[in-house]
Design a protein around this ligand. Structure first.
Ligand code: PLP
Length: 449
């Protein structure tokens, strides 16, 4: 775009307020400005190449500038860039809804589109709340979440969040929720039977409050922003069993784990679970455009049917809900899944990654490694024996990702948890390179500690 890098850096410092970023320190660093992508690589203004180790914030699946996706976008542009779903329809949304239903866990037959992960969650929360009102059971209006939960940054999503650093300050603005302990086995205190202890507590809470609980919301299989907290096998299935038994809806937030990330199309499949509401975003367009969907069962949907003047309508919608460009690319992304047999091809990469991670576990500052598919958290610690974390101020995770950048990979940590979340299309060789860079960066970032 015709501007020299130094001018752009200066204007970035002057005008852009970056998300989740302390701007004071950031302005003193040299910002990385990405101008181009190709496959799993991103290029900065000088042409330096970086492996996109976190899929451009957990969204990219099939690589940047993927021919089929580019073409689908251009083809839709030749039809119409945007037309609303409020009261009228367009082909890409209709076709994508049908495809999502055919792939999603059984029973999820209705698709409500929006435009990002937070809105997908807001929709699920409001639908769950109104579902019980519409059925004359308005006392059921509370939500149960897990500690460490992350469901987005709008206020409803923050209310069901469980990360004090992000969420606590907004407490006066939030609705009241119940919180069950997440099975964070590395730090939960009762390591021997973490899963059982957590499930007992969850069931106690659901049983005690079932008359007032609208829904339980979980990130199935892996809690992402909490630091890649992997749930032990059997955990999710039990949550489904408990919510069924006590007549409470289950909201599965698959914004991060959906679309192949954990090795299956949807994470709920690992446990044979069908939730009542399913939230999708991030990977839904292969990482191209903002789009989201909240899937619901027929039972949930039917509670909203009635005469107009009964006011059972779901009065909710966003200007760009189900945008045709996003929906067209979403369809093309699902075509790639089918044509390239993406899910089938993942198993070998996941195994290879597991092998490399096992070797990385030997590192003196790698305390715990949590992997589900191509979704990994490496928790760095100052002392492996005592599991003592690094001092906060040291910003070890941040040091590591700066070192990785010098070595040719873009990573983004969650505190001192190093996240590896490459595009699904990464090759075994490239996965090896990502692991090589990561361990070298950990060496450098933890050096002198
Ligand atoms: C990223 C994320 C969200 C929020 O999505 P946005 O598109 O950033 O609003 C919600 N839930 C989970 C599990 C996420 O990882």
């Amino acid at each position: 775009m015709g501007y020299d890098p130094e001018t752009l850096r200066q204007w970035d410092r002057e005008h852009v307020w970056h998300p989740f970023t302390q701007m004071q320190g950031f302005r003193e660093e040299t910002p990385l400005i990405i101008s181009r992508g190709e496959g799993i690589y991103l290029y900065d203004l000088q042409g330096n190449r970086y492996l996109d180790g976190v899929s451009s914030l957990w969204a990219n699946l099939h690589g940047h500038r993927r021919r089929e996706l580019d073409r689908a976008l251009l083809a839709q542009l030749e039809q119409v860039a945007h037309s609303t779903l409020l009261g009228i329809a367009h082909p890409p949304a209709i076709l994508l809804a049908r495809r999502l239903v055919s792939l999603a866990p059984a029973g999820l037959n209705k698709v409500f589109f929006s435009d990002n992960g937070s809105t997908a969650v807001e929709v699920a929360l409001k639908v769950a709340f109104q579902f019980w009102r519409n059925r004359g059971r308005g006392r059921k209006q509370r939500f149960l979440k897990l500690s460490g939960a992350y469901h987005g940054d709008t206020l409803g999503a923050v209310s069901v969040g469980g990360i004090p650093l992000f969420h606590e300050i907004y407490q006066p603005l939030l609705f009241d929720t119940l919180e069950a302990p997440a099975p964070y086995c590395y730090r939960c205190g009762h390591r021997e039977n973490c899963r059982e202890q957590c499930l007992i507590r969850l069931e106690e809470l659901v049983a005690a409050h079932c008359q007032e609980l609208a829904a339980v919301i979980v990130e199935p299989v892996m809690q992402g922003a909490a630091g890649m907290i992997a749930q032990p096998p059997g955990y999710l299935a039990k949550v489904r069993e408990v919510t069924r038994r006590y007549d409470v809806l289950l909201i599965a937030d698959e914004v991060a784990v959906g679309f192949g990330r954990t090795g299956k199309m949807f994470a709920c499949e690992h446990e044979g679970v069908s939730p009542d509401l399913l939230c999708l975003a991030k990977g839904i367009t292969g990482g191209y455009l903002p789009l989201a969907a909240t899937l619901a069962t027929d039972g949930v949907y039917q509670a909203f049917l009635g005469e107009y003047e009964e006011f059972k309508t779901f009065f909710h919608g966003h200007t760009y809900s189900g945008n045709p460009l996003g929906a067209a690319v979403g369809l093309a992304s699902l075509d790639i899944f089918a044509q390239d047999r993406v899910i089938e091809g993942l198993a070998a990469k996941i195994d290879l990654l597991a092998g490399r991670l096992a070797a990385m576990a030997e590192h003196p500052h790698v305390g715990d490694i949590r992997q589900r598919g191509l979704m990994v958290g490496l928790e760095l610690v100052a002392d492996k024996g005592s599991r003592e974390p690094f001092p906060l101020k040291r910003r070890t995770g941040h040091r590591v990702i700066l070192a990785a950048r010098q070595l040719g990979a873009i990573l983004r940590p969650l505190g001192d948890v190093i996240v590896l979340l490459p595009p699904l299309c990464i090759t075994p060789e490239e996965l090896g390179t990502l692991c090589d860079i990561t361990i070298a960066a950990i060496d450098r970032g933890a050096a002198g500690a």
